[in-house]
Design a protein around this ligand. Structure first.
Ligand code: MN
Length: 446
């Protein structure tokens, strides 16, 4: 018999809303899950990606949270098998991730194929590999590959060799559950039928089961949109057939309330009507509908203080919905703009361009209003100059390279950049259609 625990999307190190308490919640959730696995005396534990929330600046506290908990499993002689998620992956293919760091130091097994002359699926050698045998179970692993996921999955279906009870671990979503980047059609995964017995997914923060495909969801709540999702970890037993149970661990409570704000007295009355026990220590999302003129006269700090005093939540998030007046369109536009800004920032997060979301938005508006290519060109040039200038200054000391030289070099680079597309275009047309750019497999959007 095989018995294991399937966990995903731990997001250690997520200081949600800037709150230390939330940072600890994520660590506590991880500890609860691993401890549960140890108590159940499972044969191994799977972490299907996004152990960490941030890929690069993992702080000492977060790393300690990870190692302390993983040490518990190690002491109990329970192997932990992980893959890298979009939040764990590194910027460049030859750079180590924090999951690699944990693997090299013996805390876990990090499974991913390697790419030399095409995709290579090798046995885990104690440092790297794409599959590992634990008793009669064979486990294959695949990290997050963004836009290349489908290609890698196709390649993987050809390379998998079933041996005993076979598991395939991947950080990828299935379309239709949540509208996020990094999902494939469920048919792509159902093609693994008869090759593997259990697909262990991560990425979508909501639990679901499709035949032999399992996704446990996130341990904690990474976003208000997730608060009502059913999720946790799968405890799985196999002896000829799969038996599973979704184990839900305690999570920080999220409370969503709505109130039509008229004045402070009504507001207090509304708060007093709430059950303090329900809201206490929770993350409270409060939607306030108000007329523009009313909202304008309200002091948010005073409201926050009143909420704390009467209901004592851990965190309050006020969300104003101005329902009339001249403030409405302005508010909506700014919300839209900041949302767009956030989306673009996330998309660019993995690239070395620095903070250029504002510029990208401005470019977008130039394009959508006038198609003025000359203006766009000039604008791009100014962004490149600004950002590259900044970066070069970070890395190179002032004595080594005076500023003037840097600028000169950049101009040369820009000229070079103008020439490059032609060359690349020619090269591409010479290549066969079957060729795909596996070295770009570190795409980390989403
Ligand atoms: Mn995640």
């Amino acid at each position: 018999m095989v018995k294991f625990l399937h966990v995903a999307d731990v997001h250690l190190g997520f200081k949600q809303y800037g709150s230390e308490a939330r940072l600890l919640d994520f660590a506590q959730a991880f500890k609860n899950a691993i401890k549960f696995g140890i108590n159940e005396e499972v044969d191994f534990i799977i972490i299907a990606g996004d152990l960490f929330h941030k890929k690069s600046d993992v702080d000492p506290l977060t790393l300690t949270q990870a190692t302390k908990v993983l040490e518990m499993a190690k002491k109990a002689e329970i192997p932990v098998i992980a893959v890298e998620g979009n939040h764990d992956s590194t910027y460049f293919k030859d750079q180590y991730s924090w999951i690699d760091y944990l693997a090299i130091n013996g805390y876990l097994i990090n499974l991913k194929p390697s790419f030399e002359d095409g995709m290579v699926v090798e046995k885990w050698d104690g440092q790297s590999g794409a599959y590992v045998d634990i008793g009669d179970t064979r486990i294959y692993g695949m990290k997050y590959y963004g836009s290349l996921t489908e290609k890698i999955l196709d390649e993987y279906t050809r390379k998998i060799k079933k041996k005993g009870f076979t598991i395939f671990v991947a950080h990828v979503g299935i379309e239709g559950y949540m509208n996020i980047y990094g999902c494939v059609s469920s048919a792509k995964l159902h093609r693994f039928k008869n090759k593997v017995d259990y697909i262990a997914l991560g990425h979508i923060h909501k639990s679901f089961v499709e035949d032999f495909i399992f996704n446990p969801g996130s341990l904690e709540t990474c976003d208000i949109s997730e608060y009502s999702f059913k999720r946790g970890a799968f405890l799985v037993k196999y002896d000829g057939e799969i038996k599973y149970k979704l184990i839900e661990f305690p999570r920080r409570k999220f409370v969503v309330l709505e109130h039509d704000f008229e004045n402070y007295d009504n507001f207090r009355e509304f708060l007093n009507k709430q059950n303090k026990k329900d809201v206490e220590n929770s993350v409270l999302h409060l939607k306030l509908n108000a007329k523009g003129s009313v909202k304008k006269a309200v002091d948010d700090v005073k409201l926050q203080r009143t909420i704390q005093e009467l209901l004592n939540p851990l965190i309050v998030r006020l969300n104003w919905n101005v329902v009339d007046g001249i403030f409405e369109p302005i508010l909506d536009l700014s919300v839209k703009k900041s949302l767009e800004n956030q989306v673009i920032e996330q998309l660019l997060e993995s690239y070395p361009y620095g903070k250029i979301a504002d510029e990208v938005l401005r470019l977008k508006s130039i394009f959508s209003s006038s198609y003025d290519i000359k203006r766009v060109d000039g604008f791009v040039e100014s962004i490149l100059n600004l950002n590259q200038g900044d970066q070069t200054q970070d890395k190179v000391s002032k004595e080594e390279k005076p500023k003037k030289d840097v600028k000169f070099e950049l101009e040369a680079k820009l000229d070079e950049a103008k020439l490059r597309p032609k060359v690349e275009l020619k090269k591409q047309s010479e290549e066969s259609e079957e060729e795909w750019e596996w070295w770009k497999a570190d795409d980390r959007r989403g």
